[in-house]
Design a protein around this ligand. Structure first.
Ligand SMILES: Cc1cc2nc3c(=O)[nH]c(=O)nc-3n(C[C@H](O)[C@H](O)[C@H](O)COP(=O)(O)OP(=O)(O)OC[C@H]3O[C@@H](n4cnc5c(N)ncnc54)[C@H](O)[C@@H]3O)c2cc1C
Length: 474
């Protein structure tokens, strides 16, 4: 009798635990709601706050998850999601989360490659900024006021509506948020952007070469010219293994602020090895060139307004180079790509305007002296722990293989290609020593200044995540 009673208790334990957890979560929700209501008396703030029992909770959470690796049943979920409409909602979300000892994650476009904007391993509130999305373009001033929930495709489109000779160079993928970043210091609400002038017609090309077409020599030459060529020309190099033909496909994609005759003249002079002809070039408006880069220039412009791409599983890593890779190194890299099979490389030249800004002028430190940045890129469609381990390990192996060719002390990294492999620190208790490991890779010498600012503005380390700027403790 005693044994069967014990067995019953053991069997019921998970249900009792679940019941108590659910009651505790209800209490957290009610307390949070009361706190928010007391601070926002005039509007119906409760309709902007979701807990897991709310029928829109899951769709609200998933709407801006851009990496399926962080969309599993086992991924930690927020206790509460807030979708603010006004600044006062943002302020009260910060105050109420802080009062209740909960971590806050801030999400604008949701493209963080490690999901830091919507995943935390401690109890957390998700502040989803997607309602903050107004864009006000002022052509007289050549500026735009853009709220953080706007995506870059929307910004490009709204500029084009008002002017065919203005633009803003922010990125290739149209669904990326205009506002990612700054999460160590507070919540950014909007940016005032300085627009740039573009000609009515720009020129693009995409020329593909394979291993059999002398790709080693072309890549080698590209390293020496891409960052120094005409400042109006940008040529990205993508390398991909082609297993069917056992070759590497190298795509050279270009954007030029001028016409095709001028571009061919520049290419003949500076980079004849690529053999670009006038019929490789396409002249088009700047806005069409955005579509050319992201998908297809024949797609309707309204494609730029689509906020719901089909998200894949993804892993990214990054590197910077200050010295060209020797030719035998290029060959070994291509060999390794074929051997490992799934890693692709997107290589962006630096130089130009990037080099004109001093290292210390903004937190972003990768300026003069860098010839290019490499993005190690793997995307896949199917979930499962073994599949994920296979793809993620491929990026890690490739990254290890690249060590002799890339920047050292520190091995620099690009913050936007967030990579937790390069170091993490405890959430809410970031240590300076741990923070320095990833902080110097992302920010080089600016890391120490960022620590000073952080220590002044957020000494309690409320705005914290696995890779935030640490507070200096005495
Ligand atoms: C499919 C895809 C394509 C991409 N394409 C490009 C590209 O073409 N060029 C490029 O440079 N990068 C690209 N990226 C990387 C992208 O630029 C970064 O991930 C960027 O941080 C995304 O900003 P977000 O607002 O979309 O992301 P979020 O995930 O919302 O935010 C990223 C980080 O910023 C913080 N944050 C967000 N909003 C705020 C706020 N309002 N105040 C303070 N902190 C905030 C978050 O907490 C998080 O730490 C791409 C990423 C993906 C997944």
């Amino acid at each position: 009798m005693k044994h069967s009673y014990q067995l019953l208790v053991v069997l019921l334990l998970p249900f009792i635990f679940q019941f108590l957890t659910s009651k505790a979560d209800d209490l957290v929700y009610e307390t949070f709601l009361n706190c928010m209501s007391s601070r926002n008396s005039s509007d119906h703030v409760s309709s902007l706050i979701y807990n897991p029992k709310n029928s829109s909770y899951t769709s609200t959470l998933q709407a801006y998850i851009r990496n399926q690796r962080f969309n599993k049943s086992t991924t930690p979920k927020p206790i509460i999601i807030v979708t603010p409409l006004y600044e006062s909602h943002v302020q009260s979300t910060i105050i109420c989360s802080k009062n209740m000892g909960m971590n806050l994650r801030i999400r604008s476009g949701g493209h963080d490659f490690e999901g830091l904007s919507y995943v935390s391993y401690t109890n957390f509130v998700l502040l989803d900024m997607s309602n903050f999305r107004s864009i006000d373009v002022n052509i007289e001033e050549e500026t735009a006021m853009v709220q953080v929930g706007a995506i870059i495709g929307e910004l490009y489109y709204r500029i084009w509506e008002k002017s065919k000779v203005h633009a803003f160079p922010a990125g290739v993928c149209p669904t990326v948020g205009i506002g990612g970043g700054g999460a160590s210091f507070g919540v950014i609400l909007s940016y005032k952007l300085q627009l740039v002038r573009v000609p009515e017609m720009v020129t693009v090309f995409r020329v593909v070469k394979t291993s059999e077409e002398n790709v080693t020599d072309i890549f080698n030459r590209w390293q020496y010219v891409a960052e120094k060529m005409d400042n109006d020309l940008f040529i990205r190099l993508n390398l991909k293994p082609d297993h069917v033909n056992k070759t590497i496909r190298a795509s050279f994609t270009a954007f030029f602020l001028g016409d095709s005759d001028h571009l061919v003249t520049v290419m003949d002079k500076e980079f004849p090895e690529l053999g670009v002809k006038k019929n490789d070039c396409k002249e088009m408006s700047w806005i069409k060139s955005v579509l050319f880069w992201s998908s297809d220039d024949k797609a309707p412009l309204e494609t730029l307004l689509i906020r719901s791409p089909s998200a894949k599983f993804a892993k990214r890593k990054s590197d910077y180079l200050q010295i060209p890779i020797p030719k035998n190194g290029i060959e070994s890299i291509m060999q390794k790509m074929l051997e490992l099979s799934v890693v692709g490389l997107a290589i962006n030249p630096y130089g130009g305007r990037m080099s004109e800004i001093a290292d210390w002028e903004t937190p972003f430190p990768h300026r003069a002296g860098n010839i290019f940045k490499i993005e190690y890129s793997v995307n896949w469609d199917e979930g499962g722990p073994d599949i994920e381990a296979y793809y993620v390990n491929q990026t890690r192996q490739f990254y290890d293989f690249m060590t002799p060719f890339v920047s050292k002390n520190p091995r620099e990294a690009y913050l936007n290609y967030r990579d937790l492999d390069i170091g993490t620190s405890g959430v809410g208790n970031n240590s300076y020593a741990e923070g320095k490991v990833y902080g110097q890779k992302y920010f080089k010498g600016n890391f120490e200044r960022l620590v000073k600012v952080k220590t002044m503005v957020d000494p309690g380390d409320f705005f914290t995540n696995e890779q935030s700027i640490p507070v200096l403790k005495n």
